[in-house]
Design a protein around this ligand. Structure first.
Ligand code: MN
Length: 201
């Protein structure tokens, strides 16, 4: 069965940008619920418990139709939140580093231009979902928003860094002010981890 990863820092470590209560509910309740429903969906097909979640999502067609939607929604939820905790850090913020920094400059012109485009996309995306920086099979970067828990990886795109734009990710502290949440999130963006994801595979 799939298990809930621990947060790599304390619940209050991302204060004041992401508040402790939000982190607690987001990780312990929301992520746990995705995980439980994902495990339940696979009860009839226990072979899938042995596969990495990203492999399952990359080949959704290999999941039998009776549970495919549940796997897409709850497997996606489990995968994205597992990434999201790692994509933030109390030591985050600042600018991209390493090969990723070079690739962002090349694709977008500069980090500032990328940041502006990503912020606009995340603040304006009309759905509960995610906004991602993804790379395709050739290493090309792009900004992509996805609704619900639909995963970029199901379209062959690898998440490098991303922000959860479901209201449960920010409502307690920011209420309807999603743009403020997105602005604050830049202060905890984990560029070290993002460079790791970009440079792998
Ligand atoms: Mn979430």
């Amino acid at each position: 069965m799939f298990t809930l990863p621990n947060l790599p820092y304390a619940y209050n470590a991302l204060e004041p940008y992401i508040d402790e209560m939000t982190m607690k509910i987001h990780h312990d309740k929301h992520h746990q619920a995705y995980l439980d429903k994902f495990n339940t969906a696979l009860e009839k097909y226990p072979d899938f418990y042995k596969k990495p979640v990203e492999q399952i999502l990359a080949k959704l067609d290999s999941v039998l139709e009776d549970v495919r939607t549940a796997v897409k929604n709850h497997g996606g939820g489990h995968y994205h939140h597992s990434l999201f905790w790692e994509m933030m850090s109390p030591k985050g913020g600042g600018k991209p580093i390493g090969k990723l920094a070079e690739a962002i400059d090349k694709e977008f012109g500069s980090f500032e231009v990328f940041k502006e485009q990503f912020t606009k996309e995340a603040a304006g995306h009309f759905a509960s979902g995610w906004t991602w920086l993804v790379k395709d099979g050739k290493g090309k970067l792009s900004i992509l928003s996805t609704p619900n828990q639909d995963s970029p990886i199901s379209s062959g795109l690898m998440p490098i860094i991303g922000i959860d734009t479901w209201e449960h990710a920010y409502y307690l502290k920011y209420q309807n002010r999603r743009p403020e949440y997105v602005e604050a999130w830049w202060n905890v963006a984990n560029w070290e981890k993002a460079d790791e994801y970009y440079s792998s595979k």
